[in-house]
Design a protein around this ligand. Structure first.
Ligand SMILES: C[S@@+](CC[C@H](N)C(=O)[O-])C[C@H]1O[C@@H](n2cnc3c(N)ncnc32)[C@H](O)[C@@H]1O
Length: 298
């Protein structure tokens, strides 16, 4: 009698998917940075298993139905070359889960680490009453700030009504309607007043660089990435007006990623402090209102 085929397991599916991802030279950077982690993210989601599934779950035999669901995601990742999160509609940021789809950037900002640390030593957490997140996308930064500062009111702006629709889903999921305002606005809200913390991960990719980006990035909304020829449009607007929207002890924290050096040169007259991250990422500066005003002599 023929021997029964070995039962297919999550582990075997992950190995097989990772091999195919490597052969297809997929690009990572939306939550994972290698083929095995990317395969695990998709396969475990397809199987309905937790992302931290242990050996027992990884090695248990799968039903044909579960296998088909996982394989469907793996195939979609290979053929569509889109970020995995657009297939699973979930991403974690600062320890919280968010809904995502093609209307928003996939959350991945190193600002998560600062939120986790409540922006210490730049702010005294107890003193944070009002926060503004500029360019909120999925709402991940605004909502994670609201969770990190449970007594604070958070405003979040975006120019994209589509992005705000996604942020609205996430605000409801985290039951933060009473403390987080989502506002369609160009950088600053018209009626915002002053904030103890203004935080932003604005678009900063130079338009000229867009053609160099891997396919995965081109599937994110262009307005979440591009900000003028050299990438400066949003950061210029934020730096020009932040002081008038900050409280006396307030601070501005902005991610500008790969254009950090160019921003530092352009704003050589400002004492920008560039941060280092334990868990990776770069191109984030902090500046206080006092230093913003000191530099402009106001
Ligand atoms: C890089 S994405 C960041 C999204 C989210 N904060 C995150 O970190 O995942 C930038 C966001 O800024 C928004 N945006 C672009 N220009 C803007 C502007 N002038 N005012 C407000 N938001 C803008 C885009 O629609 C996009 O959602």
């Amino acid at each position: 009698m023929a021997e029964a085929a070995a039962p297919l397991t999550a582990r075997a599916l992950i190995d097989s998917a990772a091999r195919r991802f490597r052969r297809a030279r997929l690009y990572y950077g939306h939550g994972t940075d290698n083929a095995v982690d990317e395969a695990a993210f998709l396969v475990l989601h397809g199987l309905g298993l937790p992302p931290d599934a242990g050996d027992a779950l990884l090695d248990q035999a799968l039903t044909a139905e579960a296998r088909a669901a996982a394989e469907h995601l793996v195939q979609a990742r290979l053929t569509r070359r889109c970020p995995a999160a657009y297939l699973t509609h979930r991403m974690w940021f600062a320890g919280h889960e968010f809904y995502v789809d093609e209307r928003v950037l996939v959350p991945r900002s190193p600002l998560a680490e600062l939120i986790h640390q409540q922006f210490v030593p730049w702010l005294a957490p107890g003193a944070v009453k009002r926060v503004l997140d500029i360019g909120t996308g999925s709402g991940c930064i605004a909502l994670a700030c609201a969770l990190a500062f449970p007594a604070a009111e958070v405003d979040a702006t975006d120019l994209s009504a589509d992005a705000l629709a996604v942020a609205t889903i996430n605000r409801a999921r985290h039951a933060l309607e009473s403390r987080v305002r989502l506002i369609e606005a160009d950088l600053f809200p018209a009626d915002g007043g002053r904030y103890d913390l203004i935080v932003s991960n604005p678009p900063y990719v130079p338009a000229t660089r867009m053609t160099d980006l891997p396919e995965e990035y081109l599937q994110e909304p262009a307005m979440a990435l591009v900000s003028g020829e050299e990438g400066f449009n949003c950061v210029d607007g934020i730096l020009a007006r932040a002081a008038e929207h900050l409280t006396d002890d307030g601070v501005l924290v902005v991610e500008v990623g790969e254009i950090a050096e160019a921003v530092d040169e352009r704003y050589a007259h400002l004492p920008l402090t560039w941060l280092e991250f334990e868990h990776g990422g770069e191109g984030v500066f902090v500046i206080s209102r006092e230093d913003l005003l000191g530099a402009t002599g106001k």
